[in-house]
Design a protein around this ligand. Structure first.
Ligand SMILES: [Zn+2]
Length: 282
């Protein structure tokens, strides 16, 4: 189950200009990458509007009956029983709709923080009265939420999958697939081919789209998953600036060593490869 797979619950992202915070609604506040919340036995809870108290609230979204509001204060807030915790808790927190709410709210909070001033004339922006958009009252410039497409690439050769392990990350045991942001003037398929060439020096063919995933944790990412196969030599040439390790790993070995790591598209694609499902849609 990927982070966004919360059915039968549903995240309604439609901006509702008439929404006003009610005492029982969820109230989210971020300090950098920290979220004011509480976890009890892995269950994530947010303060209510009543618990966080009066202030300036911005409507975010609804999940079924619950409305979520954001406090955009720059300084620390207090709510009895709640503390600031790393937003990375979303990877393991339950229920999954709360984890998805936290990471989606983080994406919006990051964008609201960046959109405070007009990039054209420097005036302070105001929220539009009809849709989710920050507007400049002086020059009329419109700023919409930032969503940045990037690719996750599962390169295969027969029963082998190309795994990369990023350098300079706290968890050095983390398996990863080739990944990177789409650049201006590029199709997503071109991003796939370029990133694989840059990271491991391989040509690829038969590039096939798999699924996408909102990934608000990385500056508003939208991850596009692709399968492809190596074209020609499978000899890896590592980009030493970026990667510590890159390797072909067999399906049998993955079955033994890979743990199902939950909510990411990368994890789902590795698990699909292990089950042999990457061949089915060729
Ligand atoms: Zn302006």
């Amino acid at each position: 189950m990927m982070i966004q797979d919360i059915a039968p619950k549903h995240l309604d992202n439609h901006y509702d200009p008439a929404a006003r915070p009610a005492s029982g609604d969820a109230a989210l506040h971020f300090l950098g990458k920290q979220l004011l919340c509480r976890t009890e036995n892995g269950v994530l809870r947010f303060p209510t509007v009543a618990e966080l108290g009066e202030g300036d609230y911005t409507y975010l979204f609804r999940i079924d009956g619950t409305a979520f509001f954001l406090r955009r204060d720059a300084s620390e807030l207090t709510a009895p029983g709640y503390a600031y915790q790393s937003i990375m808790l979303f990877r393991t927190a339950r229920p999954q709709e709360n984890a998805f709410a936290a990471v989606t709210a983080f994406h919006l909070a990051s964008w609201y923080a960046e959109a405070r001033f007009c990039g054209k004339c420097g005036a302070e922006t105001v929220h539009d009265t009809a849709e989710r958009m920050m507007k400049c009252p002086k020059c009329g410039h419109m700023i919409f939420p930032k969503i940045m497409p990037s690719v996750i690439v599962a390169v295969t050769e027969g029963d082998k999958l190309l795994l990369t392990k990023y350098a300079n990350r706290p968890d050095t045991n983390r398996f990863a697939l080739v990944a990177g942001f789409t650049e201006i003037g590029e199709t997503a398929e071109e991003t796939v081919a370029r990133e694989v060439m840059e990271e491991v020096g391989l040509r690829v063919k038969n590039i096939r789209y798999y699924k996408s995933q909102p990934w608000g944790i990385s500056a508003g990412g939208l991850l596009l998953g692709y399968w492809c196969e190596v074209d020609g030599t499978d000899e890896i040439h590592l980009d030493r600036m970026e990667l510590a390790e890159g390797a072909w790993v067999s399906r049998d070995e993955l079955r033994r060593v890979y743990e199902d790591r939950g909510v990411s598209l990368t994890n789902e694609m590795v698990m699909e490869f292990i089950r042999g499902n990457n061949e089915a849609d060729c």
